[in-house]
Write a protein that binds this ligand. Structure first.
Ligand SMILES: Cc1cc2nc3c(=O)[nH]c(=O)nc-3n(C[C@H](O)[C@H](O)[C@H](O)COP(=O)(O)OP(=O)(O)OC[C@H]3O[C@@H](n4cnc5c(N)ncnc54)[C@H](O)[C@@H]3O)c2cc1C
Length: 488
C-alpha cells in the first residue's frame, strides 16, 4: 500500500505538524503532473499528494470505480488523450470577465501536451496515435455541422488501453516515490487555514483504505496546490476564498436533463460515449449537451446549495440500462446573464422550493403544452424514469422563454443526429445546473494568495486529461519557483 515513503519522511515541527514544503490536493491528471514537474525541477522537494479516493489497485478491485482516486476520472477511467489544440476553451463563444484568458494557448500549449504524451508513452502507455478522427467520428462531425451544431473534439489523439493506463499510472507513481514524494489516499482535505508559517490543512481519513498507515490529522505546508477536479470545484471555491484568493463566479449554465430510450441516442453515443455538441445563440449565450451518460441514470445530488439533476454513467457496457441521459444547458456570458437570459439562475431555487428534496420530472409534450405532468401521465409513459423519487410536475414555467426557444431549436438539430429525441415522450428533469468559477492566477497558476496554486478542471482551466495535465505542469513549475525563492 502506498501511503508513505521513508525516503522522504516528514520532519515534525515544534507544533508537531509535519514539516512539508508542498501539498498537492488531488492525485488526478493535474496533481500528478504538477508533482512530476516540481520534482523534476527540484528533486527531493518534500511534497505530499493527498487524495480522497483510493490508490489504483484498490480502485480496480472495486466492482464499480468511483470517479476520484489515483489518476482521477480521466486518466484512470477514460484514457482518451486529445493531443491537438485545446479542445474546450473555458468560456467559448460568450462574454467573459476581462481577466479571463487561456493560461496557455497555441504552439506553447501543443508543445506541453506532446511533452506529457511523451512522458506517458515512456512510462508504458503505448497506444497508437490517431492523426485524424476515425471515419465514424468524422461522419458524426460532418453530420453535426450539416445540422448547424459544433461537435467538440480534438485531434490527433491516443486512446489508452486498460494496460496502458495501469502502466502510465504505476510508472508515474514509482517515479514520484523515487524522487521523494509521499502519497496519502482515502483522506479528504476539509479545511485549510493560512498561518504565518504557511497553510494548515485538516484531513478527514474516514475513507482511508484498511491497513494503510495512520493518516495525519493535520498537515502544515509552505506551498499548496489545490487540484480537486470538477467534482471538487465547489469545495475548492470555498477553501480558496477562505484563504483570501480572488474567485470570480461565472454565470450559471442552466437547463434540464433529458432521458430518452438509449436506442434513440445510440447513433451518437456508439461513436463517442460523451459527445459534446453545442451551438452559439444570439444574446451572448450558447447551448450545449453536457455529461451524456449512455445507459446511465438520473440522480439527485446536492450541489451549489441546491438539489440538482446529475447523470450517472454506466462505466461498463454490461451495466447499461435502457435509457440515456444528457443535460441540455444554456450558458450565458456575463452580459447575457443580466440580459435575455436573466432568470435562469433562479430556476434551481424555485424548483427546490416547489418539490423539497426531489427533482421535478416533466414529459416533453407536457412542457410544450405548458401543462404540468401528472402522476398518472408519468405512470403511463413508455420511458420509466430512472430517478423514481422525482416528482411529476412543471418545468416549463421556471426557465426564461429564451431557454425554451433555444432548447427546441437545438433539439430539432439533434433530431437529425439522434432521430426520436424530439418525441413528446422524452422526459425532462430539473433543475440541471453547472457552475464554474474563474480564479485569476499568474502564468504558473499561483492565485492572488501567494503560495496558493490551483490547477485542472476544478478551477475551470481545463476539461480533459491533457488540458488538466498541462495546467498541472505549469503549476509544478510555479511550485518549484516558490519553494526555491522561500529557500533563499
Ligand atoms: C467517467 C469519466 C471519463 C472521462 N474520460 C475522459 C477521457 O477519456 N479523456 C479526457 O480528456 N477527459 C476525460 N474525462 C474528463 C477528465 O476526467 C478530466 O478532465 C480530468 O480528469 C481533470 O483532471 P483534474 O486533475 O483536474 O481532476 P481529477 O482527475 O478529477 O482529479 C481530482 C482528484 O482530486 C481528489 N479530490 C477532490 N477533492 C478532494 C479533497 N477535498 N481532498 C482530497 N482529494 C480530493 C479526487 O478524489 C480526484 O482523484 C472523463 C471524466 C469522467 C467523469
Amino acid at each position: 500500500m502506498i501511503s508513505s515513503s521513508d525516503r522522504a519522511g516528514p520532519r515534525a515541527d515544534a507544533a508537531g505538524h509535519d514539516a512539508i514544503e508542498a501539498v498537492i490536493v488531488g492525485a488526478g491528471a493535474s496533481g500528478l503532473l504538477a508533482a512530476h514537474e516540481l520534482l523534476r525541477l527540484r528533486p527531493g522537494s518534500r511534497v505530499i499528494l493527498v487524495d480522497a479516493g483510493l490508490p489504483l489497485e484498490a480502485r480496480r478491485a472495486l466492482a464499480r470505480p468511483p470517479m476520484g482516486g489515483e489518476g482521477g476520472a480521466g486518466l484512470a477511467l477514460g484514457g482518451r488523450l486529445y493531443l491537438g489544440a485545446a479542445s474546450l476553451p473555458v468560456m467559448p463563444p460568450v462574454s467573459a470577465p476581462p481577466s479571463m484568458r487561456p493560461i496557455i494557448a497555441g504552439e506553447d500549449y501543443v508543445r506541453r501536451a506532446s511533452e506529457i504524451d511523451a512522458l506517458l508513452h515512456a512510462l508504458g502507455a503505448r497506444a497508437e496515435w490517431q492523426p485524424e478522427p476515425p471515419e465514424s467520428l468524422a461522419r458524426a462531425i460532418r453530420e453535426a455541422k450539416a445540422a448547424g451544431v459544433d461537435y467538440i473534439t480534438s485531434y490527433p489523439s491516443r486512446r489508452l488501453s486498460p494496460e496502458d493506463k495501469t502502466a502510465a499510472l504505476t510508472g508515474l507513481r514509482q517515479r514520484l516515490l523515487e524522487r521523494g514524494a509521499r502519497f496519502i489516499f482515502g483522506a479528504r482535505v476539509t479545511v485549510a487555514t493560512h498561518t504565518d508559517e504557511g497553510f494548515l490543512l485538516t484531513l478527514d481519513s474516514a475513507e482511508a483504505p484498511e491497513g494503510a498507515p495512520p493518516v495525519p490529522e493535520r498537515l502544515m505546508t509552505r506551498a499548496l496546490l489545490l487540484a480537486p477536479g470538477r467534482y471538487g470545484a465547489e469545495w475548492l471555491t470555498r477553501v480558496a476564498s477562505d484563504l483570501g484568493a480572488e474567485v470570480i463566479a461565472l454565470p450559471r449554465a442552466f437547463g434540464v436533463r433529458l432521458e430518452t430510450p438509449a436506442a434513440v441516442y445510440d447513433p451518437l453515443t456508439d461513436v463517442n460515449p460523451d459527445p459534446r455538441l453545442q451551438a452559439a445563440l444570439v444574446d451572448d449565450a450558447y447551448i450545449k449537451t453536457y455529461a451524456t451518460c449512455p445507459g446511465g441514470y438520473v440522480s439527485p445530488v446536492a450541489r451549489y446549495g441546491a438539489l440538482v439533476a446529475s447523470g450517472v454513467p454506466a462505466l461498463r457496457r454490461e451495466e447499461r440500462r435502457p435509457t440515456t441521459t444528457v443535460a441540455i444547458l444554456a450558458q450565458p456570458g456575463v452580459t447575457g446573464a443580466v440580459g435575455a437570459w436573466r432568470g435562469g439562475e433562479r430556476a434551481a431555487r424555485t424548483l427546490n422550493q416547489r418539490a423539497p428534496g426531489r427533482l421535478t420530472v416533466q414529459r416533453l409534450e407536457d412542457a410544450r403544452q405548458r401543462r404540468a405532468t401528472t402522476a398518472e401521465a408519468l405512470a403511463a409513459s413508455p420511458i420509466r424514469p430512472t430517478d423514481p423519487t422525482a416528482a411529476p410536475g412543471a418545468l416549463h414555467d421556471v426557465y426564461p422563454d429564451a431557454y425554451w426557444a433555444a432548447f427546441e431549436d437545438f433539439l430539432g438539430r439533434l433530431e437529425r443526429l439522434a432521430p426520436g429525441v424530439t418525441s413528446g415522450e422524452t422526459l425532462l428533469y430539473g433543475p440541471a445546473e453547472e457552475r464554474f468559477w474563474h480564479f485569476p492566477t499568474d502564468a504558473h497558476m499561483q492565485t492572488t494568495t501567494p503560495g496558493l496554486f490551483v490547477a485542472g478542471d476544478g478551477p475551470g482551466q481545463s476539461q480533459g486529461v491533457i488540458q488538466a495535465s498541462v495546467a498541472g505542469l505549469l503549476a509544478g513549475e510555479g511550485l518549484a519557483a516558490a519553494l526555491a525563492s522561500a529557500a533563499r
